[in-house]
Design a binder for this molecule. Structure first.
Ligand code: SF4
Length: 476
């Protein structure tokens, strides 16, 4: 055993990330984090931990790929960066984990304030923003997903357990309160799961009767999603908007949507709210490129670059139909807004339908009697229907046509090719360097906070790198 004196300042160098995080936090207002601290100088009781220290510890922890509060607390005993930050003190893991999820509004404001500083210094211009999403695993396992009957059985058992725990009184008061709280929380979680089950059932548009959703008993908001690794696992969908200029994240959100079809408008609205202006351009992949998002971006004056899938709407039963009775064989008459069939009869306009992706379908129907009396009835009219032939026609959307033409140009393709490099870079950091392949917290709101912590860590590390490059241009 060696006893020696140690100058804490020498534990880390001038450019050590712990020191950089700590120094940066001097520039921002953290008073909102301190609002809940009850300990006051000069009064009795244990002193509270400085929020600036806790924020710096979490930023430094994520930068080292540590998301477990227990592991952070353990490393505070020996790791130089943590020891320098906390001046050789060790902070209890309960304090660390509670702090991480206790200040949602303050954390969002801190994220916004840091972005404001970057914008002021010219690192963010919003000329071009890349939008992308990734699936990050939820805490729960796939085996915790249950149907309605199973959820109801579990709820009944949880209520019974609450009654039993409340009636028992042999425990010491503190343990009794803890047991009651635990039992009530489980009951509430299962009630939430049943509520989620009802919502999912209601949102289903087609096959509503046969659709039987399953919801996790332990994390009701998590959804089974297809991941880039190929598996179907309980996840949240993390949406990130990245400024293409210097690769800084300008927005982060966590959703329970299994795909990205409806995420672009919300992301652009959040960016606009934060910066009080809209991005000049936005680039997103085919998952975001729908009629609805193309029109919405055009209406907002945002120049949208995406990937259009021409395969949508192809195939189906028509591909098995004789070519002389497929839709292409029906002639459209614009003057009367009707189709003429191969037998020389007319199909009049019967209605239009707006679909979820913003596409508008127009329906043209031949009268039932007209088709039944036709010699081509069996070849022309689908399956067992006893009604007349229907032909659909997709309405032309001006904005979509302009978008299609633009995306055929070499310049648009050049801009689109930058997408993966910029948009997927933060996710590579999240998963490889910060090791965030599974959230360390439960529930969408807390997962959203953890996504904010890693986005803030990413932005600050990127900012330190940019500053170094500015000071030593030769190294850039
Ligand atoms: S079945 Fe109806 S739509 Fe088809 S060719 Fe005959 S009349 Fe025309």
């Amino acid at each position: 055993m060696i006893m020696c004196t140690l100058d804490v300042e020498t534990l880390v160098g001038e450019e050590h990330p712990a020191r950089l995080f700590w120094g940066f936090l001097e520039r921002v207002d953290l008073s909102e984090f301190a609002a809940g601290v009850r300990s006051r100088e000069g009064t009795a009781g244990r002193p509270g931990t400085d929020p600036r220290l806790l924020i710096a510890i979490w930023l430094y922890a994520y930068s080292r790929g540590i998301g477990s509060a227990r592991e952070v607390s353990r490393q505070m005993e020996w790791e130089p960066g943590f020891r320098w930050l906390a001046a050789m003190e060790v902070i209890n893991h309960h304090t660390l984990s509670d702090f991480r999820v206790a200040h949602q509004a303050a954390l969002e404001r801190l994220f916004g304030e840091v972005l404001g500083l970057f914008e002021h210094e010219g690192w963010i211009r919003l000329e071009r923003v890349m939008q992308d999403g990734t699936k990050i695993r939820a805490q729960c396992g796939a085996s915790s997903f249950r149907g309605r009957e199973s959820l109801e059985r579990h709820l009944e058992r949880a209520r019974e357990h609450v009654r039993r725990v409340s009636a028992s009184s042999e425990e010491e008061p503190r343990r009794q309160r803890a047991r009651e709280r635990g039992a009530r929380e489980r009951e509430e979680r299962i009630e939430q799961a049943l509520e989620q089950w009802r919502r999912l059932k209601e949102t289903k548009q087609q096959d509503k009767k046969s659709y039987q959703p399953k919801v996790s008993l332990t994390e009701p908001e998590a959804r089974i999603m297809k991941t880039s690794e190929g598996g179907l696992v309980p996840c949240y969908n993390v949406q990130v908007s990245t400024d293409a200029g210097h690769g800084l994240i300008v927005d982060t959100a966590v959703t329970t949507e299994v795909n990205d079809h409806h995420q672009l408008v919300g992301a652009m609205e959040r960016v606009e709210e934060r910066f009080r202006r809209r991005p000049g351009q936005v680039v997103a992949d085919g998952d975001y490129t729908t009629n609805r998002s193309v029109v919405a971006m055009a209406q907002r004056g945002i120049d949208f670059y995406g990937s259009w899938s021409r395969a949508a709407g192809r195939g189906g039963w028509r591909s098995h139909q004789a070519p002389e009775f497929r839709k292409e064989a029906f002639r459209y008459h614009a003057d009367g807004d009707r189709y003429e069939c191969p037998a020389g009869k007319f199909l009049d306009f019967s209605g239009r339908q707006v679909q979820a992706n913003g596409t508008v379908q127009r329906f043209y129907r031949s009268p039932t009697e007209q088709c039944r009396g036709c010699e081509h009835y069996a070849e022309c009219v689908r399956g067992k229907t006893r009604r007349g032939r229907v032909v659909t026609h997709q309405e032309v959307i001006v904005e979509v046509e302009q978008f299609r033409r633009k995306m055929e140009t070499a310049e648009a393709q050049r801009i689109y090719r930058q997408r993966s490099e910029v948009a997927e870079f933060p996710f590579a950091w999240f998963k490889s360097f910060f090791r965030l392949r599974r959230f360390h917290v439960r529930g969408r709101a807390k997962a959203g906070m953890e996504a904010l912590w890693v986005s803030l860590t990413f932005n600050l590390l990127r900012y330190f790198q940019l500053q170094r490059q500015r000071m030593t241009p030769a190294a850039a």
